[in-house]
Design a protein around this ligand. Structure first.
Ligand code: GLA
Length: 506
């Protein structure tokens, strides 16, 4: 209270205006940046001290953490606080009272989005109209397996190349290109639309695609007619990462809608859900809810749906991904089309190896092969590492216009056979020395895939120590990129950032 009085006096002295109110009370924002789109806030001062709740369209109700008076702004009293949406990079936000005590300006930054928003004092009715709905989460339960993804899913996804600039025509052209290039027959069968297809919900709550996707069922029919499968994307929160409608409050309904369209694959991306669900229990529950909904919807139409969990590897997702019905789960944040990003994920952040196997896979993110940010050798390392890890292979390039070397990288049947090996064991580094790494992966027929990786920026001579790898002195060895047998004792010159990928049989 003392502070408030001092504040009033200072305000009078400094501005000459008689503003007497402080920042407690109910506020409704007139206009706010679309991320996270603050709508209202309630600030109270009582026996518990100063506290408040701020509501946004992305994150619902969030407590205003560390809310405190820091003095006077140019116009009036100033408060600072911060919010916790589960993202560690958030900075403090700042509230300044207008001289007449009836308006407040919020400034600062939420994640990457600069904030400048004004709010006015609100009536109880105005506040109630902006109440954010909450929904109960299911109790922990095991979601039965859908029987899919006995080997890592293969296909194409729109995000890495097209981001939001994706539409029906492009998806059809990609489907045609997968057939024409032979990549469908090499195993790339899922055509996945990532973020950016969503439109509005109808009065019945049914989510419709936006104008770029006039008829999802027709698109699914087109894709299916070519021997391919169609994937789609959503979020457990109210908003997807790019700000489109998420499945919050519509989980079962959305699963039914997708099943009716003929969807074969869902990537479920935490995004704004991180504001609601930031404990292991709630994240698991919300993924379980969609997992169960997909199983039910897929059973009703006879088309089971692959379930891809995307929560960036939080809360040891591989340990419970299968329990919630997941067929793959991201182990990291987003890949970028650079050697540094790819190598950081591929060599060092590939999930807990024993979690991977038939039906459920560690997912180090989609491929960047062919997008232009790496050399051919680096892309060869990218696909070789993903194959050694038994990672899902989701092309992320413009498959309509593929140079020959990109096609050779993606379509190498001997490398794909490593990735798709039915044993489903994740390969591991067995030796790291001077920037080189030797990786091995046991295969179903008793042979072993061996990757000689060179992370340095100059060529390195590398050999495999066959007896140490349990393959005797002279295994039969094939070079999977050169497509020929090699003598077991060969010393390989591995290019900078490159790889020699071998398959050895005792
Ligand atoms: C997140 C995901 C990406 C992509 C985008 C879409 O960043 O991790 O893979 O789906 O959202 O907005």
């Amino acid at each position: 209270m003392t502070k408030c009085v001092l504040g009033v006096l200072a305000g009078v002295l400094l501005t000459g205006q008689a503003w007497g109110a402080d920042l407690t009370g109910d506020w409704v924002f007139q206009a706010a940046p679309s991320f996270p789109c603050f709508t209202k806030m309630a600030i109270r001062q009582d026996a518990a001290g100063l506290h408040g709740t701020i509501t946004s369209e992305w994150y619902g109700d969030l407590p205003m953490l560390d809310l405190k008076v820091v003095g006077e702004g140019p116009a009036g009293e100033r408060l600072v606080f911060h919010i916790d949406n589960g993202n560690p990079k958030l900075k403090p936000l700042d509230l300044t009272l207008a001289p007449n005590g009836q308006g407040v300006t919020l400034t600062g930054q939420v994640w990457y989005e600069k904030q400048e928003a004004t709010a006015h004092r609100a009536t109880a009715a105005e506040m109630a109209a902006l109440d954010f709905p909450t929904y109960p989460l299911p109790a922990p339960a095991h979601v039965p397996s859908n029987g899919l993804a006995r080997t890592p899913p293969m296909g194409w996804s729109s995000w890495n190349k097209f981001a939001e600039a994706i539409d029906d025509k492009t998806v059809r052209e990609i489907a045609d290109a997968l057939v024409r290039s032979g990549l469908r027959d090499a195993g790339y069968v899922y055509v996945n639309i990532d973020d950016g297809w969503q439109g509005e919900r109808g009065p019945d709550g049914v989510l419709h695609p936006n104008a770029k996707f006039p008829d999802m069922k027709a698109l699914a029919d087109y894709v299916h007619a070519r021997g391919l499968k169609l994937g789609i994307y959503s979020s457990p929160g109210p908003k997807s990462c790019a700000g489109y409608a998420g499945s919050y409050g519509h989980v079962e309904q959305d699963a039914r809608t997708w099943a009716e369209w003929g969807i074969d694959y869902l990537k479920y991306d935490l995004c704004s859900g991180e504001g609601f669900y930031h404990t292991a229990e709630t994240v698991q529950a919300v993924y379980q809810q969609m997992g169960a909904a997909l199983v039910a919807a897929g059973a009703a139409t006879g088309r089971p749906i692959v379930y891809s969990l995307c929560e960036y590897g939080r809360f040891d997702v591989g340990a419970w991904g299968r329990d919630v019905g997941g067929n793959l789960w991201r182990t990291t944040g987003d890949i970028e089309d650079s050697y540094a990003s790819m190598a950081a994920i591929g060599f060092d952040k590939n999930g807990v190896p024993h979690h991977t196997g038939p039906g459920g896979w560690n997912d180090p993110d989609m491929l960047e092969v062919g997008n232009g940010g790496m050399t051919t050798e680096e892309y060869r390392t990218h696909i070789s590492l993903w194959a050694m890890m038994a990672a899902p292979l989701l092309m992320g390039n413009d498959a309509r216009s593929m140079p020959r070397d990109t096609l050779a990288l993606l379509g190498n049947a001997e490398v794909i056979a490593i990735d798709q090996d039915p044993l489903g064991r994740q390969g591991l580094p067995v030796r790291k020395q001077d920037g080189t790494e030797v990786w091995t992966r046991p295969l179903a027929d008793g042979s072993v895939a061996v990757g000689l990786f060179n992370r340095t920026d100059k060529p390195m001579a590398m050999t495999a120590d066959w007896p140490a790898l349990g393959l005797g002195d002279h295994p039969s060895v094939r070079d999977l990129w050169a497509h020929r047998g090699v003598v077991s004792g060969a010393v390989h010159t591995v290019p900078a950032h490159g790889v020699v990928l071998l398959r050895a049989t005792r």
